[in-house]
Write a protein that binds this ligand. Structure first.
Ligand code: NAI
Length: 401
């Protein structure tokens, strides 16, 4: 029997709670500490079935109607006997769950971030302290499903399920009751097929690519903007200019160099899962890209990106202004680029290209992360960089100390 605790109350948590409950030998419980979600979800399930509608290509949709055994906002009510804690949440919400769960942290637990997003393991080590070294940690690059809630606590729809999902695992010093990847797979069923390779820090460095892509596109379009409202929101990915494509490539080189520097200093650490952004696109979107010449053409001819526009706000007279409060600048800097910048610093690498984007973004956000080239700005606590959790050595960020 695997007892899984799903953390969160959004789209992914809804799907996972239902799918896990329908797997043989799995008990599914939910912890959602946000607002009144637990109460609303519990009440909704009293009134009716809990249904996951699963769409699969070329097949009739299937309906799962198995409920989680409990949905609560109280960790004490759900943690008894739990084998694995799964996070299906935006990264900014992880800390509050780890704080709430800390009194129940015990050796041998498995924690899975699906997606983990940059620095998932830093948050666990930083908040749980030494007991985290006795736990196993899994981090995956994305959520298994494209999904959305139809009716809160009652119905959720899976629009698509990934065939495979890439991640990495760190086994804690207290071995869990079952191999962690197999345990996680048991909660999901056959798809997506989970694959783990390399060190978990590699997943963090690769997840940092959102922090490379989105803020750099924003910078390219807006750093010389004259401040006048626009008639139309400009194209986002398709509006990328060549200097920004080059800058993105240079930032990605800095990430790959960081991985290499760490592998030189710690030859037993496998970060070969860290690849250049162009290679990542070729791996993830090969069939969707019409012109694969370089990174610039990759963005301009990627089917998945056609027609998407910059985040904007509308003025009273119907014109458009850039939205610098959008997650492309807020989350992707604080929970993306700054995480990889913090790792590069610990690895002893200079990152002039990342710093250029961070300096511009922090001025747009009216926050301070970098100060005199150091990760010591007054708002560093609002990020997920290792320095925030006083993880300042290679051994600490590798989970060895
Ligand atoms: P969501 O947007 O549905 O999550 C919202 C939930 O997060 C809320 O219901 C609440 O439980 C929690 N939350 C929000 N603000 C909070 C706060 N201040 N404190 C504590 N909890 C808070 O997220 P979703 O769609 O389930 O996605 C989870 C992750 O997976 C995200 O990082 C998302 O980018 C990623 N993802 C989602 C996909 C999808 O189709 N939904 C597809 C691929 C990735």
């Amino acid at each position: 029997m695997v007892k899984v605790l799903i953390c969160g109350g959004g789209n992914g948590a809804h799907v996972w709670a239902g799918i896990a409950a329908s797997q043989p030998g799995v008990e599914s419980r939910v912890l959602t500490i946000f607002a009144d979600e637990a109460e609303r979800w519990t009440n909704a399930m009293k009134e009716s079935d809990f249904t996951v509608i699963v769409h699969s290509r070329g097949e009739e949709p299937t309906k799962l109607t198995t409920k989680p055994t409990i949905v609560s906002k109280d960790p004490a009510a759900v943690m008894d006997g739990i084998d694995i804690i799964c996070f299906a949440l935006p990264a900014f919400a992880h800390d509050s769950y780890l704080q709430a769960l800390k009194p129940f942290a015990r050796p041998g637990l498995v924690l899975a971030g699906v997606p983990g997003q940059p620095g998932f393991e830093f948050a666990i080590h930083g908040i749980w302290g030494t007991v985290a070294l006795q736990c196993s940690i899994l981090s995956f690059e994305s959520l298994p499903w494209a999904c959305r809630i139809v009716e809160f606590g009652k119905t959720v729809e899976v629009l698509g399920t990934k065939d495979t999902l890439l991640g990495a695992v760190t086994i804690g010093s207290t071995v869990p009751s079952m191999e962690p990847t197999a345990m996680l797979q048991a909660t999901l069923g056959p798809l997506p097929k989970l694959t783990t390779t390399g060190h978990i820090l590699g997943i963090t460095l690769m997840a940092g690519l959102n922090g490379v892509v989105h803020p750099t596109i924003m910078h390219g379009r807006w750093h010389n903007w004259d401040g006048k409202p626009l008639d139309e929101p400009p194209l986002f990915y398709n509006g990328l200019d060549r200097p920004s494509a080059n800058l993105m490539s240079d930032m990605s080189d800095e990430i790959v160099a960081t991985a290499k520097a760490i592998m030189q200093q710690r030859p037993q650490v496998d970060l070969t899962n860290v690849i250049h952004i162009y290679q990542w696109f070729m791996r993830s979107y090969y069939d969707d890209i019409a012109d694969k010449t370089d990174l610039y053409t990759t963005f301009h001819t990627n089917k998945a990106y056609q027609g998407l526009t910059h985040p904007t706000t509308q003025t009273e007279d119907g014109k458009y202004m850039p939205n610098f409060k959008h997650r492309y600048l807020t989350e992707d800097i604080a929970y993306g680029l700054l995480v990889v910048r913090g790792i590069a610093t610990i690895a002893g690498l200079a990152t002039p290209n990342m710093d250029k984007i961070i300096m511009w973004a922090q001025s747009c956000l009216d926050q301070e992360f970098l100060k005199d080239g150091q990760m010591t700005g007054k708002d560093i606590d609002k990020t997920r960089c290792p320095q925030k959790y006083t993880l300042n050595t290679l051994d600490q960020i590798l989970g060895h100390a």
